[in-house]
Design a protein around this ligand. Structure first.
Ligand code: XUL
Ligand code: MN
Length: 382
């Protein structure tokens, strides 16, 4: 009974889903869709009814490319009505500048200047739409800004083009919606052989070169960093340390493979636990957004099982934080190995001190024991 209550999401948990995650029809590079598409308005209601706090979207998820102004306004009205009736927010509106063939060689980094301008226009419209829906973040994932043929683009030019487009968006936001923020979601590859700014570290370095770095943050996605074979906990920690974490895309992934985008915690429980630990023990107040797809073997009912599963796993892992912090054996080891957190002395004092490596070596680091205790805690036997 108590457990069931524990697993029921609350609006205050600030869970979020991309509309596109639920609208996903199970299509993959080798197979046709396996389930019919769900209407975005229906998705908004379905998420709200399951106590999801907010949704994210690409403007085109709600307003497909080519929709006329009257139709667009009707769709926006319909979406807003459902948001109000069912109590759900919109917390990010980006743009899909990767599906249409016009973006086959990129959007912001296309070699065609007019394609670059068209992509900027798509994002300007997305910002307008997001503002109408009450959100204050435009997250950019530039899926096709990359290459397969190294000679086809000079990466320095590509970076200049990205910078130019990002600066244009900032200019627009500062003029029209000063409280709006922008963010970059990094991904190493897929759909391109290589995508520019492949990790959050790259994105942070790039943001520092923009006209208004303070307007820009990052949105790490666990699967993306694992595709690069790197540590997702460290990536999230670096975004937090930089004060740049605007949202997060939670999901799961076997390292170094194609973009699997599976349910949060399905593959990598221990790493997922430490991500939850970071989010819950830091100052982070953004949404916890799930960006993954139901297995393509699922039907419509399975899509909602997937929604509930993501949130249940997060809540279960969050519950483990308390056990972790209150486990005296684990904490005793941590206190012992972490030693003093006092800052180091001055360089002069360090230079003048005698450090005996043999003596320092004597400090035991019982990490075997520590890790096994964490595994057992997660398995529910501690
Ligand atoms: C692709 C991905 C996107 C972005 C939104 O891997 O993560 O769904 O999150 O464009
Ligand atoms: Mn994502």
């Amino acid at each position: 009974m108590a457990k069931t209550r524990l697993l029921k999401p609350k609006k205050s948990d600030r869970f979020s889903f991309g509309l596109w995650t639920i609208m996903n029809t199970g299509r993959d590079p080798f197979g046709e869709p396996t389930r019919p598409p769900i209407d975005p308005l229906e998705v908004i209601v379905g998420l709200a009814k399951r106590n999801v706090y907010s949704f994210e979207l690409h403007a085109e998820d709600l307003v497909p490319l080519g929709t006329n102004a009257r139709q667009r306004d009707r769709l926006v009205r319909e979406a807003k009505k459902r948001m109000q009736d069912y109590d759900i927010q919109c917390t990010n509106c980006g743009s899909n500048c990767f599906s249409h063939p016009v973006f086959k060689d990129g959007a912001f980094t296309s070699n065609d200047r007019n394609v670059r301008a068209f992509a900027v226009q798509r994002y300007l419209h997305a910002i307008d739409l997001g503002y109408e829906l009450g959100c204050r973040l435009c997250n950019l994932w530039w899926g096709r800004d990359g290459l397969e043929v190294e000679g086809s683009k000079d990466t320095r030019d590509a970076l200049k083009r990205l910078r130019e487009c990002c600066n244009l968006l900032t200019e627009y936001v500062l003029k029209n919606y000063p409280d709006y923020e922008l963010s970059i979601e990094a991904k190493p590859n897929e759909p391109r052989g290589d995508i520019f700014l492949p990790t959050i570290g790259h994105a942070l370095g790039f943001i520092a070169t923009l006209d208004h770095p303070e307007k820009w943050g990052v949105v790490p996605e666990l699967a993306h960093v694992r595709m690069a074979g790197l540590n997702s906990v460290h990536e999230v920690a670096q975004a937090l340390d930089a004060g740049k974490l605007r949202s997060i895309h939670l999901n799961s992934q076997k390292p170094l493979r194609y973009d699997q985008d599976i349910r949060f915690g399905a593959e990598d429980l221990k790493e997922s636990f430490f991500v939850v630990y970071l989010l819950e023990t830091s100052e982070y107040e953004g949404t916890k957004s799930f960006d993954c797809h139901p297995y393509r073997t699922e039907d419509r009912q399975g899509v909602w099982d997937f929604v509930e599963g993501n949130m249940r796993t997060y809540l279960l892992l969050r519950e483990k934080i308390k056990s972790y912090q209150e486990d005296t054996q684990i904490q005793r080891i941590m206190t012992k190995v972490c030693g003093s957190q006092r800052p180091l002395p001055s360089p002069e004092e360090i230079a003048a001190t005698t450090y005996d490596p043999e003596k320092l070596l004597a400090n035991r680091l019982p990490y075997e024991k520590l890790d096994q205790m964490i595994v057992e805690l997660l398995l529910g036997v501690r």
